[in-house]
Design a protein around this ligand. Sequence first.
Ligand SMILES: Nc1ncnc2c1ncn2[C@@H]1O[C@H](COP(=O)(O)OP(=O)(O)O)[C@@H](O)[C@H]1O
Ligand SMILES: C=C(OP(=O)(O)O)C(=O)O
Ligand SMILES: [Ca+2]
Ligand SMILES: [Mn+2]
Length: 612
Amino acid sequence: MCHNDSTTSLRANTVDELHSLQRKPVPVEKHHRLPRQFISASLASMTHGVGPKLVKGDPASKKENGNVVTHHQHSVTVPTISVGDSDLKFTCVMYNLSTSELYEHAIKYEKGSFITSSGALATLSGAKTGRSPRDKRVVKDETTDDLWWGKGSPNIEMDEHTFLINRERAVDYLNSLDKVFVNDQFLNWDPNNRIKVRIISARAYHSLFMHNMCIRPTYEELENFGEPDFTIYNAGQFPCNRYTHYMTSSTSIDINLKRREMVILGTQYAGEMKKGFFSVMHYLMPKKQILSLHSGCNMGREGDVALFFGLSGTGKTTLSTDRNRILIGDDEHCWSDNGISNIEGGCYAKCIDLSHEKEPDIWDAIKFGTVLENVVFDEHSREVDYTEKSVTENTRAAYPIEYIANAKIPCVGPHPKNVILLACDAFGVLPPVSKLSHAQTMYHFISGYTALVAGTEDGIKEPQATFSACFGAAFIMLHPTRYAAMLADKMKKHGATGWLVNTGWIGGSYGVGERISLAYTRKIIDAIHSGELLTTSYKRTEVFGLDIPIKVEGVPSELLDPINTWEDKNSYKSTLLKLADLFKKNFEVFANYKISVVSDLADEIAAAGPSF
Ligand SMILES: Nc1ncnc2c1ncn2[C@@H]1O[C@H](COP(=O)(O)OP(=O)(O)O)[C@@H](O)[C@H]1O
Ligand SMILES: C=C(OP(=O)(O)O)C(=O)O
Ligand SMILES: [Ca+2]
Ligand SMILES: [Mn+2]
């Protein structure tokens, strides 16, 4: 007998009615009330005075059902002198959309958006697959006298007028679209020092990226959000005008501290937003005696906190994400009198050669909600091939921090016990681990050394030494010694121990030796956390004068002194001297500057470098 389905009553007479049953309206108390007035003001052009007319919802669906609710500008006190085309159009605002809604927008409207087999959103960032530090500009005005300007500084000046030209260009571009995405979020988990940020962008990809990377507000917090402390205008699809003063390419990332605004033109790389805000925090936080740090951070079950400093690719994200410890954050932190707080609400992991075996927690975090940038996947199964570098080597995953199972929410912790400086030394002469004196810690923090191997394609090249003050010269706003002085002070006050860990080459330079295995590095890090390395015996190396442990549990002892693993001892010695010389030359800049802020330590720090 055939079961007759029609006996179960369907509470709809038409297909449209059926569809209307599918989606339950958001209850009033959970409604993201659109702060139309504020957003419109954010998007006001400098010449036009008033912002666009804003409506809610997807512009595409509007045309179908025709029931557009229009809300006119509240502040129409500015007399309309001439009516332009922009006065006749509405802009739909996608305000703090959910992950699912952003997925749908990306997949419907943005080429290169796909759902991978694990549920992540694969996207393309366009022509730029990394940051563009040479295109970053900071407005120089009466409020920025204390910034670090000039040689070595990441802050390339621009004037207010030029900033306004770029701002106008970005705002006009955004207003010309049918829809814009607006994220209202927070930075810094320390409730006393949190700032409100707004990101206005044109792509669902950018909105989801920042949704993941910044702190996500609750409905209640959003209710009383008010005006943001800092706003990003991301018009990355649209270039800057190269005839504009100060522009040297079609990309421009412009920070105006007085106006509390940042404009992005000509790059869709989402990391610009994350690191742009980081620069802003490097300005705002030190003003309150809070130290901003380019570091990862985790905590043991007993509450022992470790910081992981290092330049890109040295292991901050990989090593702070640790099965046996609680993750506080992978990249940006503040150290205040109350302890450590993460600035962000998410992590941004490198994906190249990612495997479940080596990095299970990051692997498991790549699921629904995660933005996967520039990866390559199987056309049919949508399985990602993490070894594939055909789009870029800088493939990335951005996920909310709670996607890591043992994340600490709220992302705050007590004062650090260990400060670990990571260097990926492709010269292969720095020991896998050394314990640093206070002065040595400061010397290596100011130096900010790493040496990665350049491109993988065209033949084997010399390792490229990079020195980046405070392990983040691209993001600091004040002179490096300002941050160094604060770090020295805090480490001393709270009795933190400094360590230098080489996550790079052993047994020879790049081409001869090999990268130390992640398993060994993890053993070394374990021994630092457990306190094992505080009680073991040490010997001092030549040239760099580093104290290296005789023994580390789980690591072959001969690996601990690089000279043992190099077959060609003469080559080792000359490479060591070469690197020492590079350190010395780099540090001359700081010696000349006279590290006046850390005056009582200055001579000691200068003497803590290599001697030969
Ligand atoms: N011994 C090692 N220690 C740390 N990372 C390693 C090691 N060997 C290989 N790697 C790889 O190097 C990369 C480190 O990158 P990541 O942790 O994202 O750096 P950061 O967060 O500092 O930019 C990862 O892809 C990781 O798998
Ligand atoms: C996002 C970045 O961070 P990192 O490589 O340090 O994780 C970056 O430097 O652009
Ligand atoms: Ca990282
Ligand atoms: Mn980083």
